[in-house]
Design a protein around this ligand. Structure first.
Ligand code: ZN
Length: 367
């Protein structure tokens, strides 16, 4: 642990080298609903990290230095658990997410992580409880779960120095590629502009069953606003009802407020014969790239939406604003999958919570 403080760069480079040289593979995983426990096995020793996130409650296990070697897997789980998802989270990390049915939660203090060996881990869970509080879309801080130190492997991977590196960073953090921290954002008052697209005579895209972009994005934007305000962020909502608002006034509002970031919220559309297309897209013009990546990644994690990537474009509101600015397309009103989701208040709340969490992550105010 001390090494990290003395030579953070060295340890980072060292870990990267060793993870490339000897990537561990996740071999199997299983949720045993009778014992209420999650079992994992890898081909080499691993030091997992675990935490509990809320809204909806989900247990997130990260396996650093581990490859999945196959596409994302999603399984339905019985009991009060909704799904088990396993995916390559970033180049170095396999992530396992066990998500509970909406409104159910776990006491993080009763979650016990143990091992049979450094290659076989078991997470014992308490019974899920219903909590009306959690059914609301409030943001609760995530809870780190204590994980015991993995036993030393019988044949540790050999590194340049011949020593097995000490696992770094046992508490879960944002991956390096996403971590921004306060350094990129000036200290002091943070002002976030939330800009619901269209409005009034301009409904935006109209999709399956008459689903209107303006209704979806106003609802989501209002919820994002109140979630951020609950966290002490100053928010400027460019429109708070159904009325006409041009593009230029939206930019002016952001400039006048001297906003820290600008987030425009839209829903997408395709021609009627492409109802098979669903997914989220996040646009930036120049300085909003990092903001786009963080929000996009958070939405993917929290909603299960399909990934249609972060993209660059010359939309007026992100081109003319001087602060980091993004335009989110929260799904296709013309897509069978997205339209079904976006027409439910529960999914819109989930989307709003994900956007808010992404913004807080970028501002360095939360995981
Ligand atoms: Zn739009």
């Amino acid at each position: 642990m001390k090494l990290r403080w003395l030579f953070p760069g060295l340890v980072g480079a060292w870990l990267l080298l060793t993870s490339i040289a000897s990537a561990t593979t996740l071999q199997s995983w299983r949720f045993d609903s009778r014992q209420n426990q999650l079992e994992l096995s890898t081909d080499e020793g691993v030091q997992p990290r675990a935490r509990l996130l809320y809204n909806p409650t989900r247990l997130v296990i990260d396996l650093p230095g581990t490859k999945l070697g196959r596409p994302k897997q999603t399984e339905a789980v019985s009991g009060k658990f909704a799904t088990l998802r396993v995916a390559q989270f970033d180049r170095e990390t396999t992530r396992i997410v066990l998500e509970l049915d909406r409104g159910y939660t776990l006491d993080p203090k009763q979650i016990r992580v143990r091992y049979n060996s450094a290659r076989q881990w078991i997470v014992e869970l308490p019974p899920a409880k219903f909590s009306p509080l959690l059914a609301t879309s409030e943001i609760l801080p995530s809870q780190d779960i204590e994980v015991p130190q993995a036993p030393v492997a019988a044949n540790p991977p050999v590194t340049a120095t011949g020593v097995q590196p000490t696992p770094v960073n046992p508490g879960l953090r944002l991956p390096r590629s996403l971590s921004t921290g306060p350094s990129t954002v000036p200290n002091g008052r943070r002002v976030v502009v939330i800009d619901p697209g269209h409005g009034g005579p301009d409904p935006g895209a109209v999709g399956i069953g008459g689903l209107r972009e303006t209704d979806i994005v106003l609802d989501i934007s209002q919820q994002v606003t109140s979630l951020l305000e609950q966290q002490g962020i100053t928010v400027v909502l460019t429109r708070n009802g159904e009325y006409d608002l041009g593009l230029e006034p939206r930019v002016q509002m952001a400039e006048r407020a001297n906003a820290t970031i600008f987030v425009s919220i839209h829903a997408n559309a395709m021609p009627a014969n492409r109802s098979d297309i669903s997914g989220i897209e996040t646009y930036y013009y120049n300085t909003g790239k990092q903001l786009a990546q963080v929000i996009h990644q958070t939405i993917l994690e929290d909603t299960g939406a399909r990934d249609r990537r972060v993209r660059q474009a010359r939309f007026y509101v992100i081109r003319r604003t001087s602060m980091p600015a993004v335009l989110l397309e929260v799904g296709f009103v013309t897509g069978v999958e997205d339209a079904a989701q976006l027409s439910t208040p529960a999914y819109r709340s989930r989307m709003a919570a994900a956007i808010a969490r992404g913004i807080l992550r970028y501002l360095g105010q939360g995981g």
